[in-house]
Design a protein around this ligand. Structure first.
Ligand code: GUN
Length: 292
């Protein structure tokens, strides 16, 4: 088994981005500026957003963190979005999900200017992705594609099973893997909670992408010898032996599955850092797009 090392690969991408930022700055241009909107104080969301902002600083981007209490009204949030859309100094922004129950995520996503939607969640951008047009590809699936590309993992003609049909990961991942591109050109099966005989389908996969948010869901009995396994899950499990009181677990039983597969992403240090690197790539693209 070999590790698909997202930490190392993302560092390489960040270095490339930092070089481009230096070039922009030396040419007297405006450096990319990412804003992140965080509603409430969910521990995991807070960690993700802080990592995104910190990574901006590391590559030389400008960043702005906009925080609201969990009880903020939907209208106040929409007003802030209108402000970010109109603010010429902001190249791209994200609204961290999930949002509190009283806020409609679709309404919020629709309010984001598609040209600043560096998460690639707006229907216009998802539509462009479906049609194979240039767009912002959602950061997690894009990061996975980049990880496969940079490790020369063959995908053409392979059977790729995507576990989970979320808007953020499973659905765009299945589109990307079936596209006529490299990586891509795979035969894709998207399995979900209503799929019959999921175990047998997973066992027939050359490439497995697991994104259902259930800790250690995928066991060795669901993996074919030599498969490539991408673990998107990251769940906090209570662990009193840790100072934080929790440990991080993926959707894959790493200890068991790593004995059987050819490549696997660790958790942490696999898909997570690649998501952030992709967001930075999208923000750079947004800047380049806005300056024409
Ligand atoms: N919540 C979990 N993943 C993501 C992501 O990629 N973007 C946003 N905005 N929220 C998320």
């Amino acid at each position: 088994m070999q590790l698909l090392d997202g930490k190392q690969t993302s560092e390489q991408i960040k270095q490339e981005i930092a070089q481009e930022v230096t070039r922009i700055r030396e040419a007297g241009g405006k450096v990319p500026h990412l804003a992140a909107v965080l509603v409430g104080s969910d521990g995991a969301s807070e960690t993700y957003v802080n990592n995104k902002v910190k990574s901006c600083e590391r590559v030389g981007f400008e960043s702005t963190l906009v925080r609201f209490d969990a009880d903020v009204s939907q209208q106040t949030l929409l007003d802030k979005i209108a402000e970010l859309n109109a603010d010429d100094s902001i190249d791209g922004y994200i609204v961290q999900l999930p949002l509190p129950d009283h806020i409609d995520e679709n309404t919020v996503t629709l309010a984001i200017d598609p040209d600043k939607d560096v998460d690639g969640f707006h229907p216009t951008n998802i539509g462009r992705l479906c049609l194979g047009m240039p767009t912002f590809i959602p950061a997690t699936p894009n990061g996975i594609m980049e990880l496969l590309r940079r490790h020369d993992i063959e995908t053409e003609g392979k059977h790729c099973v995507v576990v989970g049909r979320s808007n953020i990961v499973g659905t765009p991942m299945s589109l990307l893997m079936s596209r006529n591109s490299n990586p891509g050109n795979a035969t894709v099966t998207l399995v979900h909670s209503r799929t019959r005989d999921m175990e047998a389908i997973c066992r027939s996969a050359d490439i497995l992408v697991v994104a259902i948010g259930k800790a250690e869901f995928l066991g060795a009995d669901m993996v074919r010898e030599g498969a490539v396994v991408i673990d998107v899950g990251i769940t906090r499990l209570p662990d009193e032996s840790k100072k934080s009181g929790f440990r991080l677990a993926g959707d894959v039983d790493f200890a068991a599955v790593s004995e059987k597969c050819s490549w696997i992403t660790p958790v942490p240090g696999g898909v997570g850092p690649m998501t952030i690197a992709s967001l930075l790539q999208n923000t750079l693209k947004a800047r380049q797009f806005r300056q024409g």
